[in-house]
Design a protein around this ligand. Structure first.
Ligand code: NAD
Length: 293
């Protein structure tokens, strides 16, 4: 079994991006600038945003963090989004989810200018993705594609089973892998909470992509010998042996599948770091006006 080392791969990609930024700087060009909006103090969101800002520093991007209290109104947040949409200085931005209950996430997503939507969540980018047109790919699926491609895993003709149908991971992943494209051409089954015999579906997969949010849900007895296992889940489970009182686990029983799979992503250190790298790649594309001119 080989580990799909997202941490190492994301460092390699960040080094490549840093070299490009150095060239842009030397030529007096526009330094890519990513902004992040963080509402409230959800610890997981804080940690994701910290890692995004740190990654910007690492590659030489400019970054801006806009932090607001939970009490912000929807109107105030939409005003911030409007300012970011119209700022000449900011190439792309993200609004870290989840948002407080009184704010409509769909309204917020729709308010982001697709040209600056480097998370790839706006329906315009989603629709363009589905039709194979230039777009910002959603960050997590984009990171998974990068990982599959750089590890030389064949997807053409492979049977992929995606578990979970969220708008940000499962559904776009299923579309991307079935497209007629490099790192595509797979036969994809998209499964979810209403799937009748999930274990039977997963057992047929050459590649399993688990994005459910239930710790250790995918077990060794569900997978085929030699399958590639991509674990998107990030779940906190109590652990008194850790100083912070919890540890992170994925949706896959890593130790169990390790003896049977050909490749597995660890949690942490698998898909998570690749998501951040995708955000940087999308911001670089935006600063170069590669997608929308
Ligand atoms: P979500 O919570 O929006 O949706 C979960 C999906 O799982 C749903 O489509 C549901 O149908 C399916 N599901 C739930 N119970 C199921 C069951 N018993 N059997 C089959 N399917 C079931 O999901 P999300 O936002 O895609 O997040 C999934 C996980 O991935 C979470 O742990 C999240 O933290 C993590 N995540 C990680 C990254 C990353 O960068 N690594 C990015 C996004 C999400």
């Amino acid at each position: 079994m080989e580990i799909l080392d997202g941490k190492k791969l994301s460092e390699d990609i960040k080094n490549e991006i840093a070299q490009e930024v150095a060239q842009i700087k030397a030529a007096g060009g526009n330094i890519p600038h990513l902004a992040a909006v963080l509402i409230g103090n959800n610890p997981a969101s804080e940690s994701y945003v910290r890692s995004k800002v740190r990654s910007c520093d690492q590659v030489g991007f400019e970054s801006t963090l806009i932090r607001k209290d939970d009490s912000i109104t929807e109107e105030e947040l939409l005003e911030i989004i409007h300012e970011l949409n119209t700022s000449d200085d900011v190439d792309g931005f993200i609004v870290q989810l989840p948002l407080p209950k009184h704010i409509d996430e769909v309204k917020v997503t729709l308010a982001i200018d697709p040209k600056k939507d480097v998370d790839g969540f706006h329906p315009v980018n989603f629709g363009r993705m589905a039709q194979g047109l230039p777009c910002y790919l959603p960050a997590t699926p984009f990171g998974i594609l990068q990982m599959i491609e750089r590890y030389g895993i064949e997807t053409s003709g492979a049977h992929v089973v995606v578990v979970g149908r969220s708008n940000i991971v499962g559904t776009p992943m299923s579309i991307l892998l079935s497209r007629k494209a490099k790192t595509g051409n797979a036969t994809v089954t998209l499964t979810h909470s209403r799937t009748k015999d999930l274990a039977a579906e997963v057992s047929r997969a050459d590649i399993v992509i688990a994005a459910i949010g239930i710790p250790n849900f995918i077990s060794a007895d569900m997978i085929k010998e030699g399958a590639v296992i991509i674990d998107v889940g990030i779940n906190r489970v109590e652990d008194e042996t850790r100083k912070r009182g919890y540890r992170l686990v994925g949706d896959v029983d890593f130790d169990g599948v390790a003896g049977k799979a050909s490749y597995v992503t660890p949690v942490p250190g698998g898909v998570g770091p690749m998501t951040v790298t995708s955000l940087l790649m999308n911001t670089l594309k935006s600063s170069r006006k590669e997608i929308y001119g």
